[in-house]
Design a protein around this ligand. Structure first.
Ligand code: IMP
Ligand code: MG
Length: 174
Protein backbone atom coordinates (compact mmCIF):
# COMPACT_ATOMS: atom_id res chain seq x y z
CA UNK A 1 0.00 0.00 0.00
CA UNK A 2 1.30 3.45 -0.86
CA UNK A 3 1.54 5.90 2.00
CA UNK A 4 2.51 9.51 2.29
CA UNK A 5 4.17 11.36 5.17
CA UNK A 6 2.91 14.72 6.46
CA UNK A 7 5.23 16.79 8.67
CA UNK A 8 3.94 17.05 12.24
CA UNK A 9 7.05 18.39 14.02
CA UNK A 10 9.85 19.95 11.98
CA UNK A 11 13.53 19.14 12.46
CA UNK A 12 14.04 22.60 14.04
CA UNK A 13 11.19 22.12 16.53
CA UNK A 14 12.45 18.68 17.55
CA UNK A 15 16.08 19.83 17.92
CA UNK A 16 15.04 22.85 19.99
CA UNK A 17 12.96 20.71 22.33
CA UNK A 18 15.78 18.14 22.75
CA UNK A 19 18.10 20.97 23.78
CA UNK A 20 15.55 22.09 26.41
CA UNK A 21 15.20 18.56 27.79
CA UNK A 22 19.00 18.17 27.83
CA UNK A 23 19.31 21.40 29.83
CA UNK A 24 16.63 20.24 32.26
CA UNK A 25 18.30 16.83 32.75
CA UNK A 26 21.70 18.51 33.28
CA UNK A 27 20.17 20.65 36.02
CA UNK A 28 18.23 17.79 37.65
CA UNK A 29 21.25 15.43 37.72
CA UNK A 30 23.81 18.07 38.78
CA UNK A 31 26.68 16.40 40.67
CA UNK A 32 25.61 12.91 39.51
CA UNK A 33 26.33 10.57 36.63
CA UNK A 34 23.33 9.58 34.53
CA UNK A 35 23.09 6.13 32.93
CA UNK A 36 21.01 6.33 29.76
CA UNK A 37 19.20 3.16 28.75
CA UNK A 38 18.12 3.31 25.14
CA UNK A 39 15.22 1.21 23.99
CA UNK A 40 16.16 0.06 20.49
CA UNK A 41 15.62 0.70 17.74
CA UNK A 42 13.26 3.66 18.00
CA UNK A 43 14.96 5.41 20.91
CA UNK A 44 18.42 5.47 19.33
CA UNK A 45 18.18 8.70 17.31
CA UNK A 46 16.67 10.59 20.24
CA UNK A 47 19.20 9.18 22.72
CA UNK A 48 22.22 10.24 20.63
CA UNK A 49 20.90 13.77 20.18
CA UNK A 50 19.92 14.03 23.84
CA UNK A 51 23.21 12.62 25.17
CA UNK A 52 25.18 15.27 23.21
CA UNK A 53 23.27 17.99 25.06
CA UNK A 54 23.65 16.65 28.61
CA UNK A 55 26.52 18.29 30.47
CA UNK A 56 26.79 15.93 33.50
CA UNK A 57 28.79 12.66 33.04
CA UNK A 58 26.84 10.16 30.90
CA UNK A 59 27.14 6.41 30.37
CA UNK A 60 25.00 4.48 27.88
CA UNK A 61 23.52 1.04 27.41
CA UNK A 62 21.02 -0.46 24.99
CA UNK A 63 18.21 -2.93 25.14
CA UNK A 64 15.61 -4.14 22.73
CA UNK A 65 12.10 -5.20 23.58
CA UNK A 66 9.31 -5.88 21.18
CA UNK A 67 5.61 -5.29 21.53
CA UNK A 68 4.85 -4.61 17.88
CA UNK A 69 4.88 -6.64 14.70
CA UNK A 70 4.87 -5.05 11.26
CA UNK A 71 1.46 -3.60 12.09
CA UNK A 72 0.42 -0.29 13.68
CA UNK A 73 -1.41 -1.87 16.66
CA UNK A 74 0.19 -3.05 19.93
CA UNK A 75 0.04 -6.81 20.40
CA UNK A 76 0.40 -6.44 24.19
CA UNK A 77 3.18 -9.02 24.11
CA UNK A 78 6.49 -7.73 25.48
CA UNK A 79 9.63 -9.76 24.98
CA UNK A 80 13.30 -8.93 25.62
CA UNK A 81 15.11 -9.26 22.33
CA UNK A 82 18.43 -7.87 23.61
CA UNK A 83 19.24 -7.31 27.28
CA UNK A 84 21.56 -4.64 28.74
CA UNK A 85 25.32 -5.31 28.78
CA UNK A 86 25.94 -3.65 32.15
CA UNK A 87 24.60 -3.89 35.69
CA UNK A 88 22.31 -1.09 36.93
CA UNK A 89 23.53 -1.41 40.53
CA UNK A 90 23.82 2.00 42.24
CA UNK A 91 23.18 3.90 38.99
CA UNK A 92 20.86 6.79 38.21
CA UNK A 93 19.04 5.19 35.31
CA UNK A 94 17.21 7.24 32.70
CA UNK A 95 15.29 5.18 30.16
CA UNK A 96 15.13 6.92 26.78
CA UNK A 97 12.20 5.98 24.56
CA UNK A 98 10.85 7.19 21.26
CA UNK A 99 7.17 7.12 22.17
CA UNK A 100 4.80 6.06 24.94
CA UNK A 101 1.60 4.77 23.41
CA UNK A 102 -0.47 2.19 25.36
CA UNK A 103 2.26 2.20 28.04
CA UNK A 104 2.44 -1.61 28.07
CA UNK A 105 6.08 -1.84 26.98
CA UNK A 106 7.32 0.80 29.42
CA UNK A 107 5.41 -0.34 32.48
CA UNK A 108 6.84 -3.83 32.05
CA UNK A 109 10.33 -2.57 31.35
CA UNK A 110 10.47 -0.05 34.20
CA UNK A 111 9.42 -2.65 36.77
CA UNK A 112 12.05 -5.04 35.50
CA UNK A 113 14.82 -2.42 35.63
CA UNK A 114 13.85 -1.29 39.14
CA UNK A 115 14.57 -4.84 40.38
CA UNK A 116 18.23 -4.56 39.32
CA UNK A 117 19.41 -2.33 42.18
CA UNK A 118 19.58 1.16 40.62
CA UNK A 119 19.42 4.28 42.83
CA UNK A 120 16.49 5.45 40.73
CA UNK A 121 14.86 4.84 37.36
CA UNK A 122 13.31 7.68 35.40
CA UNK A 123 11.73 7.86 31.98
CA UNK A 124 12.34 10.27 29.14
CA UNK A 125 10.30 10.01 25.96
CA UNK A 126 10.43 12.10 22.82
CA UNK A 127 6.72 11.63 22.14
CA UNK A 128 3.67 10.79 24.21
CA UNK A 129 0.18 9.86 23.00
CA UNK A 130 -1.74 10.26 26.29
CA UNK A 131 -5.11 9.42 24.69
CA UNK A 132 -3.89 5.93 23.94
CA UNK A 133 -2.80 5.00 27.47
CA UNK A 134 -3.99 1.60 28.70
CA UNK A 135 -1.43 1.08 31.48
CA UNK A 136 -0.43 3.95 33.78
CA UNK A 137 3.21 5.03 33.34
CA UNK A 138 4.97 7.94 35.05
CA UNK A 139 6.84 9.95 32.43
CA UNK A 140 9.52 12.26 33.90
CA UNK A 141 10.56 14.06 30.69
CA UNK A 142 8.36 14.42 27.59
CA UNK A 143 9.38 16.05 24.33
CA UNK A 144 5.91 16.48 22.84
CA UNK A 145 2.39 15.27 23.53
CA UNK A 146 0.85 14.33 20.20
CA UNK A 147 -2.62 13.28 19.03
CA UNK A 148 -3.58 9.68 18.38
CA UNK A 149 -2.00 9.29 14.96
CA UNK A 150 0.65 6.91 13.71
CA UNK A 151 3.94 8.79 13.42
CA UNK A 152 7.35 8.07 11.90
CA UNK A 153 10.79 9.65 11.80
CA UNK A 154 13.48 10.39 14.35
CA UNK A 155 13.81 6.66 15.02
CA UNK A 156 10.14 5.72 14.67
CA UNK A 157 9.22 3.34 11.88
CA UNK A 158 6.33 2.11 9.84
CA UNK A 159 7.20 -1.46 8.86
CA UNK A 160 10.92 -0.64 9.47
CA UNK A 161 10.85 2.34 7.11
CA UNK A 162 11.26 6.09 7.75
CA UNK A 163 13.39 5.86 10.94
CA UNK A 164 15.96 8.11 9.28
CA UNK A 165 13.63 11.08 8.67
CA UNK A 166 15.05 14.07 10.59
CA UNK A 167 11.52 15.22 11.55
CA UNK A 168 8.33 13.64 12.92
CA UNK A 169 5.69 12.88 10.30
CA UNK A 170 2.20 11.38 10.28
CA UNK A 171 1.61 8.40 8.02
CA UNK A 172 -1.35 8.97 5.70
CA UNK A 173 -2.90 6.20 3.67
CA UNK A 174 -4.87 7.64 0.75
P1 IMP B 1 3.31 0.84 23.90
O1 IMP B 1 3.70 -0.38 24.65
O2 IMP B 1 1.95 0.69 23.28
O3 IMP B 1 3.42 2.12 24.70
O4 IMP B 1 4.22 0.87 22.63
C1 IMP B 1 5.35 1.62 22.55
C2 IMP B 1 6.11 1.24 21.29
O5 IMP B 1 5.23 1.05 20.18
C3 IMP B 1 7.03 2.35 20.91
O6 IMP B 1 8.28 2.24 21.54
C4 IMP B 1 7.09 2.20 19.39
O7 IMP B 1 8.08 1.27 19.05
C5 IMP B 1 5.73 1.66 19.02
N1 IMP B 1 4.81 2.73 18.59
C6 IMP B 1 3.74 3.23 19.26
N2 IMP B 1 3.15 4.23 18.58
C7 IMP B 1 3.88 4.38 17.44
C8 IMP B 1 3.76 5.30 16.32
O8 IMP B 1 2.89 6.18 16.22
N3 IMP B 1 4.71 5.15 15.35
C9 IMP B 1 5.69 4.20 15.40
N4 IMP B 1 5.83 3.34 16.44
C10 IMP B 1 4.92 3.43 17.44
MG1 MG C 1 10.17 2.10 21.21
Amino acid sequence: MAERIEVLLSEEEVDKRIQEIGDQISRDYAGKQVHLVCVLKGGSFFMCELAKRITVPVSLDFMSVSSYGGDTKSSGVVKIVKDLDESLLNKHVLVVEDIVDSGRTLSYLLEMLKDRGPVDVKLCTLLDKPERRVVDVKVDYTGFEIPDEFVVGYGLDYDQKYRNLPYIGVVKFD
